[in-house]
Design a protein around this ligand. Sequence first.
Ligand SMILES: [Zn+2]
Length: 369
Amino acid sequence: MSLTGNVVPSAPFPAPIAFCGCEMLNAAAGLSPPAQPHGHGQGHAHPRRREVVVNGKRVKTIDVHAHCCVSKAMALVKHPLEAPGLLMDDTSTRIAAMDAQGIDVEALSINPYWYRAERDVAAELIKVQNETLVEFCAANPERFVAFATAALQHPELAAEQVEHAVKKLGFRGVGVGGSVGDEELANPRFHPFWAKCEELGVLVFMHPLGTRALEPSGRLDGSGLLTNTIGNPLETTIALSHLIFEGTLDRFPGLKICAAHGGGFLPSYANRSDAVIRCFPNRVGPLPKKNPTAYLKDGQLFFDTIVFTPEALRHLIAETGPGQIMIGTDYPFPWTSTEVDLVLNTPGLNDDQRIAILGGTAAKLLGIK
Ligand SMILES: [Zn+2]
């Protein structure tokens, strides 16, 4: 199938240009025409909200990969601010970016920086952080929901934190790193946490923290920001592979995990994980109940759309399924500002599947009306 007539430029461009320059593309894709300021001489007017429409139906778009921070929680362990855009004191810039990109709702998450904190500090930090996340969302309930945070290094405490977050604070999801200190998420030590997430039916958003064990070797030094460029998807690949091969997903069949950055490298090369079972049967066990590739499709694993091109998203969907994919933007980090167009321009999807990816699946999983 030729894709050339339907491909958006893969290089991210500033949101206002994307907003103003895509009328024909939007019309072809069934989008409502972008709202423009009336009259002339208002070239720098604030862009109005892009409303995404598929086949005449307004779609509520939901971004499951959007970062923020809580300063007073960070202060408890003297964690530095990584980017000013993480702050939620003034959300006008963030909401303007959402409006320009056609994102209706962000599901906010915080990359875990507290996994080495002692129990008392971790308990206080998570309490402050989750309560503040509730305030962020309450200030703009139409635009923000959030993943709760938890101190996984203390698994029993983390299970209590997620229970409190869901039952008392109203969260429907929880965020985790791709590792906890030097430990894998598949370590049986974390079973109480996974059991609680399964029991509560919360969506777990898993975001990598880089492959820090590799960094002292210097192999990720030099050009290319490789600690992030490949270190992050590599950590996701390792974490998912362990969750599959160590039987964590078998033990908790109701667990639902959304992996950032399209699941890292795993969906691009998943058949090797099936092949190793055939090729080295004496070295590969104990084995999970299913072939590893089955776990990508069977409803426990979800993936965001941050894979950059329609062909990459088409392949991710081929390996996982349209029902396993949700929009991610990585805001405020400038990896992409065109995820809505990416979904609209990915070949082989019907309208219902596009609507599910744009927001339908996330709405169901996160209880967004
Ligand atoms: Zn991210």
